[in-house]
Design a protein around this ligand. Structure first.
Ligand SMILES: *[C@@H]1O[C@H](CO)[C@@H](O)[C@H](O)[C@H]1NC(C)=O
Ligand SMILES: CC(=O)N[C@H]1CO[C@H](CO)[C@@H](O)[C@@H]1O
Ligand SMILES: CC(=O)N[C@H]1CO[C@H](CO)[C@@H](O)[C@@H]1O
Length: 584
């Protein structure tokens, strides 16, 4: 006992159950620190029980599901790490410009995974939102292996069928707000052992490999797009039908199916197209044989987007055979060019197309194989009314700041709604039944610093959007009551309170809407209505828990877009790009 640090003795003398209670007040890193303190503390603390408590404390998964997930993972400790490092930072709402075209991605826990589901622009079903069939489409998922390894899959489709595209998670920051889909250069693995070592230590070696190379983001947009297209075409694997679209549990008895699906995905990640004949355990003799692609072929593909690849020879990596000589002489010339040291020193500075070519070469030479990657990082971003101002030429998703309702901000959070009153049967035929998703946030008015509640539109369903992205449907002053009478039959409901404000109205074209006076009526803690004073138009909103709706199994899964577009649909447009698949 003498060797124990002061205080440890009293911890050690506690009954195990008491320690479990105490451990609720500790964070996973506290626990890790305790484990490092001494052997006897380690024996007390590093137990399944403690880590189960820690899993609960992450507060991303209910206890029932934590226990279900344990079936497919080596310990609660490993599970806790996955919850803290992968699930927690990613869950939330991610968007890109023009969410109307289907750029709202809802990220939530799946089964031993975290999954990204696009909420499709759509109509509100006849049973209103909570009971309705919310249409969604898979975007990506990160599966947790038995040892806690993380495997990334992009979803999409090729000409015939739904596909998954295996890739790598190369980094997730705790407070990430940018999710980048990229192509990652990797050094070729020489032996199976190395692959295993890398997989089990989950060390991201690729970072060092970048050094000296040109990072993906430096490439020109068209090059990045073609590279992503090229890699996704190579790694594409068709989804086995009964298991497609089953990204998360929807019924109590789903467990066996979900375990089967996960095993399938883990095999796909490991063995590519051969997965059906493989066992996850017997991996010693399995070295995959990455397909070799001549750099000239990539080059041509980058030049024009012609698909020259053999459709049957898809695999997770592209191997680039670099014609070293021509490459180094190219670089030498390029550098000489920049330094002005070439034979004729009066050469003009490199043109943008020369720089583009040099970046391409620099990037391609930094790896021997290339794979898809997902990187979740943090970037300082400015925003307009809480809507992040996003660069439009990156395959990225941006996280919307999400605030949970707190005491004096009780309406903060995600709401769904549609024009019309009363909420349940407001959905007659007509252009006004599109589903709206609104994020309600609190702020201060610019004029007089009064507290305002902003209803920011993040999705406007079906056909064509009539208002720009990220615009406020309404802004109300929550310190100014409104005395406007409710213009409809209140359907036996009482109003708790009502506030004066302004709602969006036609302005100068699509981009620059104006606003008109109206009031926000609070019917209950999860039902609101905004009424435009002059036109008596009304939008009715209900608090929305998308995870709950999707996991009730009420959603319906829609075929995804082709892979790159499926991650971020970048085209400027105000029409629903899912229009076609919805017709099916
Ligand atoms: C992830 O992206 C950020 C921002 O682009 C970059 O700074 C960081 O190095 C990337 N992480 C890795 C592991 O490549
Ligand atoms: C297979 C497929 O549909 N690929 C498409 C991917 O996206 C690019 C443009 O973003 C299209 O040109 C491809 O046809
Ligand atoms: C408020 C906002 O971010 N509006 C953007 C909507 O999308 C267009 C592009 O179509 C952007 O230019 C606007 O800034």
């Amino acid at each position: 006992m003498d060797t124990e640090p002061f205080g440890a003795c009293s911890l050690l003398s506690l009954p195990g159950d008491v320690f479990s209670v105490i451990s609720c007040f500790l964070s996973p890193s506290d626990i890790c620190n305790l484990i490092l303190c001494s052997k006897s503390l380690c024996a007390l603390v590093d137990s399944e029980k403690t880590w189960l408590v820690q899993c609960e404390e992450v507060k991303v998964l209910p206890l029932v599901e934590i226990v279900q997930w344990r079936v497919g993972i080596s310990s609660y400790k490993v599970l806790c790490r996955f919850l803290v490092q992968v699930v927690k930072p990613l869950i939330g709402i991610w968007v890109h410009q023009n969410p109307e075209v289907g750029n709202v991605v809802y990220v939530m826990p799946g089964f031993l995974s975290v999954v990204g589901c696009r909420i499709i622009p759509q109509m509100v079903g006849p049973l209103w939102i909570q009971e309705g069939r919310v249409m969604w489409s898979p975007v990506f998922e990160i599966i947790c292996g038995f040892d806690g390894s993380t495997e990334f899959f992009l979803h999409g489709r090729d000409r015939e069928r739904n596909c998954v595209y295996p890739g790598f998670v190369i980094g997730i920051e705790k407070i990430c707000n940018v999710l980048l889909l990229e192509v990652e250069p990797r050094k070729e693995k020489s032996s199976c052992n190395e692959i295993e070592i890398e997989a089990s230590s989950k060390v991201c070696k690729t970072h060092e490999e970048h050094e000296g190379g040109v990072p993906f983001w430096k490439l020109e947009f068209r090059d990045r797009e073609s590279l992503l297209d090229l890699v996704t075409r190579h790694v594409a694997l068709h989804v086995v039908e009964p298991l497609s679209g089953r990204l998360f549990p929807t019924r109590k008895d789903d467990e066996a199916m979900l375990l089967e699906r996960r095993t399938m995905l883990l095999k796909m990640h490991k063995f590519g197209g051969n997965w059906k004949h493989m066992n996850l355990e017997e991996d010693e003799q399995l070295c995959y044989n990455p397909m070799q692609v001549d750099i000239n072929e990539i080059w041509e593909n980058l030049g024009d987007e012609i698909d020259k690849m053999d459709e049957n020879e898809r695999w997770k990596y592209l191997t680039v055979v670099t014609p070293k000589q021509s490459f180094s002489s190219f670089i030498r010339n390029g550098i000489n060019h920049i330094l002005g040291k070439s034979s004729s020193s009066k050469n003009p500075p490199p043109s943008s197309s020369e720089i583009r070519h040099m970046n391409r070469y620099g990037f391609l030479s930094s790896g021997e194989t290339f794979g898809l990657s997902l990187n979740a990082s943090y970037a300082e971003m400015s925003s307009y009314q809480e809507w992040p101002i996003m660069p439009e030429n990156h395959f990225a998703l941006y996280k919307l700041p999400m605030k949970n309702p707190i005491d004096d901000q009780e309406y903060a959070g995600l709401w769904g709604g549609a024009y019309g009153w009363p909420p349940r049967n407001c959905v007659e035929d007509g252009p006004e039944k599109a589903l709206f998703l609104l994020m309600l946030t609190y702020g201060e008015s610019q004029k007089d610093n009064e507290r305002v509640l902003i209803g920011m539109k993040i999705l406007e369903g079906y056909g064509c959007a009539s208002r720009p992205n990220g615009s406020a449907m309404f802004v109300v002053n929550i310190d100014t009551p409104s005395f406007e009478p409710f213009p409809f039959d209140a359907d036996g409901r009482d109003f708790e309170s009502s506030y004066k404000g302004e709602g969006i109205a036609d302005g100068y074209g699509f981009r620059y809407p104006s606003s008109k006076p109206g009031s926000l009526l609070v019917i209950s803690n999860d039902l609101l209505a905004f009424v435009w004073q002059e036109t008596k138009k009304v939008i009715t909103l209900q608090r929305l828990n998308l995870e709950e709706i999707l996991k009730k199994g009420l959603g319906s899964c829609v075929t995804p877009l082709p892979p790159t577009k499926n991650f971020t649909y970048m085209k400027r447009s105000n029409s629903n790009v899912f229009g076609k698949s919805l017709m099916l």
